[in-house]
Design a protein around this ligand. Structure first.
Ligand code: HEM
Length: 322
């Protein structure tokens, strides 16, 4: 009897819902009757997901390389998912800000701690061979990585550090974008010629990245932070969470990543060119790029020492966060 009353009430609510949208409830109930039961594998598109690891060579470890890149891109998507909510937030609730920043940090932590899959989990001999079949592709072409940067901080903070003081928010988005640090890294400084890896990336993604940069002008995470009332800006937990985010994105992840470059392309193996064609030993160290999302949170000295842990890291990689 109790169940019947509940179902009657649900039906009248459904009638209300479909009446409001000019739809016929009875047809939808037929749909419910004929629908198949949902399964786990259909819901998460498991067969599609597991069909996406397609190596280009016969070396077994290439599949590890593909899968770990895919896992990372999914984590990047999780990070962007939280960043977008912060960019869209109008509430200025400090608890919301902290919660989102903490989630982003937990995703970065998972990525940082799992990088051993790359550093220790593949045979170098295999890597050095199958990578030749991947030219000129490079993780450098990860658009989501660039999006994380664009959502985090105004473009002027992503300008190459040697030119950063020549630019400000007064410059047009297109101009700032052209001077992004990563473009310089993939350009031959004597001829001014861009690498093929960069040219292909630009052709595919420039319109999209410029559109996003314009969309988040004055509402990046750094802007959102600076727009908070002064008292909220001094919230200790918030400042801590944002500094950790900066460290994770611009020091800890880059250091773990650079560890894999050293392991596979480093001096024991001779001078090996990266697939993306950058001078990677100068391009990858965070202390050389000095990318900082939230510069106002640091002292001058902290900014000068940005990413200096890398010396430690190269000689003693286990010292950097497990
Ligand atoms: C054995 C493993 C890896 C090696 C040896 C390696 C090597 C490199 C090198 C040398 C570069 C500089 C660009 C170039 O010239 O190609 C680079 C850039 C990059 N790689 Fe990797 N990589 C590895 C794994 C990964 C993974 C798993 C990801 C995850 C998506 C990734 C994402 C990136 C990104 C985002 C950049 C650009 C970084 C920046 O602009 O600061 N890499 N990688």
């Amino acid at each position: 009897m109790k169940d019947k009353a509940r179902i009657d009430s649900q039906i009248s609510k459904l009638e209300e819902k479909y009446k409001d949208s000019g739809q016929d409830l009875s047809s939808y109930l037929d749909g419910l009757l004929y629908q198949r039961y949902l399964t786990y594998w259909d819901y998460i598109h498991l067969d599609t997901l597991l069909s996406l690891q397609v190596p280009r060579t016969y070396f077994p470890d290439e599949e590890i390389f593909i899968m770990y890149h895919q896992i990372t891109e999914l984590y990047f998507k999780l990070i962007l998912h939280e960043q977008k909510q912060l960019v869209d937030d109008k509430s200025q609730r400090v608890e919301f800000f902290i919660e989102k920043a903490r989630r982003i940090n937990s995703y970065f932590k998972a990525l940082i701690s799992s990088f051993s899959i790359m550093i220790k989990g593949m045979e170098r001999e295999q890597f050095l061979q199958y990578r030749m079949a991947l030219l000129p592709a490079s993780g450098f072409q990860s658009a989501q990585y660039r999006m994380i940067e664009i959502y985090a901080t105004p473009l002027e903070n992503l300008v190459h550090h040697t030119e950063r003081n020549m630019f400000s928010s007064e410059n047009a988005v297109e101009e700032l974008y052209e001077h992004a640090y990563w473009k310089k890294g993939a350009t031959d400084l004597t001829t001014g010629e861009k690498t093929l890896t960069l040219k292909q990336f630009e052709y595919r993604y420039t319109p999209r990245l410029i559109r996003i940069a314009k969309q988040v002008e004055n509402s990046t995470i750094y802007d959102k932070y600076r727009q908070l009332p002064e008292k909220k800006r001094h919230n200790k937990e918030l400042v801590e969470a944002l500094k950790t985010l900066d460290m994770n994105a611009n020091v800890n992840w880059p250091l773990m990543h650079m560890g894999s470059a050293h392991r596979y392309l480093g001096k024991e193996a001779g001078e090996i060119e990266a697939t993306g064609g950058t001078n990677w030993k100068e391009y990858l160290p965070p202390s050389f790029q000095k990318i900082v999302f939230f510069p106002e949170l640091y002292t001058k000295q902290e900014l000068n020492n940005w990413g200096k842990q890398w010396v430690d890291h190269i000689f003693n990689p286990d010292k950097i966060r497990e």
